[in-house]
Design a binder for this molecule. Sequence first.
Ligand code: FAD
Length: 332
Amino acid sequence: MSNLYDVTIIGAGPVGLFTAFYSGLRSLKTKLIDAEPAVGGKIRHFYPEKIIRDIGGIPEIEGQQLVKNLHEQAQAFHPTIICGEQITKLTKQADGTFLIKAENGNYHYSKTVIIAAGSGTYEVNPLEVSGSETYTTSLFYDIKDVASFQDKTIVVSGGGNAAIDWAQALEPIAKEVHLVYRGENFKGHEERVKEMHDSTIHVHINHEITALQGNSTNLKSCIIHCNRNGSTTKIDTDAIVVNHGVKVNLGSMLDWGFDTSEYGILVNHEMETSVPGIYACGDICAYPRKMRIIAAGLHEGPIAINSAKNFLDPEADDVAMVSTHHESFSEV
Ligand SMILES: Cc1cc2nc3c(=O)[nH]c(=O)nc-3n(C[C@H](O)[C@H](O)[C@H](O)COP(=O)(O)OP(=O)(O)OC[C@H]3O[C@@H](n4cnc5c(N)ncnc54)[C@H](O)[C@@H]3O)c2cc1C
């Protein structure tokens, strides 16, 4: 059957992308599927413009540049890449192959499956304030283009790392930045919190946004309410950036037959799940001392592929030839 793949990777975040590259290196017919409209996983979704500094050999790289590089690298062996399809069901068939069903009714067929689904699909927690449905063009749940906030007055709502990061990223270019947090003790890194307090960011602890005001669909101001003394303050603003966390949704994935724990899909040192032929890597997999960082997943993906290769062909080499000696990259 021509639409039967050797490997189907569910999730095209950084780990799924690199796993697809390595799968090509092992001459496996590969398909990569993601629920989001584009590849890149959490990086694309949450921090495309942030600088990543903890990948060996790359002192610093902007998130979206890393995604671009990984995407380009993944395409080296021409895998099939499908975006915008959330996988909802995975069934082992009588012949041992897998039937993979997407929410839109599409079916995919594969001899092995690698789950690189991160934390599942994600949905940001909305700003639950009356009017938020009216001023949608002034409400942001992530920032893809910092420059578009040039000379604007911005209110950032939230108290975690992401809220602090965005307030700090906007401070140099915005006219004014306000950070509104309902709590008292910020959950961000200590050093970043100190930097924020030393900056020009107007910090409003123990406050919550309670109303949005404007003309028609143009936001003009918001009202913040102090949960300590009940006072209210009006802030003139052009935009509100909301960082109230995300709901992650593993959907039906936990019912796909493999063993899981509260931390994700349980794997052994070969990235095997409890179902032969299904492997997991990246943020979704769980084992003692698992690190949920990109570098860890870039190691786990190739292990999963090597295990899949040996599952398909027990006589195959345990690992691919290193790229410097690999026939696909040899100079002519
Ligand atoms: C704000 C923030 C900053 C971070 N900074 C760093 C950093 O500086 N350095 C670092 O190393 N790490 C950082 N991380 C962690 C890093 O982003 C993750 O470790 C990494 O993204 C994991 O990659 P992944 O491919 O396993 O999962 P993800 O990036 O989560 O990608 C998983 C993909 O799977 C898809 N998916 C899920 N379920 C399905 C389904 N049912 N069907 C189809 N597709 C599905 C999702 O849509 C998603 O695209 C940060 C994370 C956050 C949130």
